[in-house]
Design a protein around this ligand. Sequence first.
Ligand code: NDP
Ligand code: GDR
Length: 370
Amino acid sequence: MKIALITGITGQDGAYLAQLLLKKGYEVHGIKRRSSLFNTDRIDHLYQDPHEKHVRFKLHYGDLTDSTNLIRIIQEVQPDEIYNLGAMSHVQVSFEAPEYTADVDGVGTLRILEAVRLLGLTKKTRIYQASTSELYGLVQEVPQSEKTPFYPRSPYAVAKMYAYWITVNYREAYGMFACNGILFNHESPLRGETFVTRKITRAVAKLSMGMQDMLYMGNLDARRDWGHAKDYVEAMWRMLQQEEPEDFVIATGITTTVREFIRMAFAEVGVEVEFQGEGAEEKGYVKHVAHPDCSLTPGQEVVAIDPRYFRPTEVDLLIGDPAKSKSKLGWSPRYDLPALVKEMVAADVELFKREKLLLDAGYKVLNQFE
Ligand code: NDP
Ligand code: GDR
């Protein structure tokens, strides 16, 4: 039985990857951070009582800023594969916490590589590093491939650039099986609530049920190559099954603006939205409502710009070239953007239906400490 260790197992990708590896028969270990509230929502369905026999899913407390802890866990687990998904992954937040971001996302990767080297596991343990399309930053060429030069535009991207190169360096210096997956944006119903797609699908669900008044947004012109996280974790696994370690771009090859994503999400609840005005004055209005039970009315303003959400330096256009992953990994996405948007909106509508039911029945109060 193969053994995998996942950092960032409580995140979106960690949850999908853990599920995939368990299905493939792996023993899966994950590193989770100590938190004052439960932070395992996304993986609770995978939990196995440690008192049972043959437990294949185990969690360890740890942190990417803590070398000795990482060394101890890796020594204990003796993994065949490490997936380093742990990161401070929010680009805008990285401008607020640049030093912490560098420590976790940059040096954290070095700590994993160094632990494997110090423990004499360089021949046994294969490493996947969660690299990112944010490395491309300021547009140099499109579509972006494994050969496109990097120009990072945020403390997050700069930290991930260190992680990218230190992974390449350990591969070349010590013959380690270490790969960078340069993944373009990927989303799902498990996506963190403050990333743009999930922020939109949550807001669309709540607006349509009368639980929110307005969706405040930043740059609507940004273009992203959005895929589904379920497809992307499959690509991570395939990278580590290759004969030789290499870096791969994982993307759909299609780019869409944030504005268009908003339109598509509203269309899922039968609402047509049109945009008027420019820059910070741009607004989104309801043009047409198809369902009588929707709380929105034609003419209603539903999207407004809040400059708070603009970034000091922006990445305007991402569009990936997945040719290499298609030919070498045999990978291509099963979800397209309309299917992704449909799944995300449907999941959030379900979520807020339940929340509304509890609120209306008096079982949930907004501030339990009042
Ligand atoms: P999430 O933000 O959903 O998950 C991040 C995970 O990292 C969480 O489990 C989080 O723990 C953990 N983490 C944060 N800080 C630390 C730390 N100091 N020590 C240990 N663990 C930590 O990200 P995604 O699942 O979306 O992304 C996974 C990885 O892929 C990240 O490295 C991200 O940067 C990268 N990536 C993501 C893309 C995307 O579109 N999703 C695209 C390209 C790259 P907790 O739950 O406690 O916060
Ligand atoms: P990104 O994702 O920065 O690409 O990083 P995010 O969803 O945060 O932003 C995408 C684009 O939307 C614009 N935008 C807004 N973004 C947020 N979060 N909130 C808003 O209100 C808003 N309005 C407009 C942004 O400016 C940006 O252009 C994600 C993360 O998962 C990284 O960890 C990962 O490496 C990259 O994707 C690939």
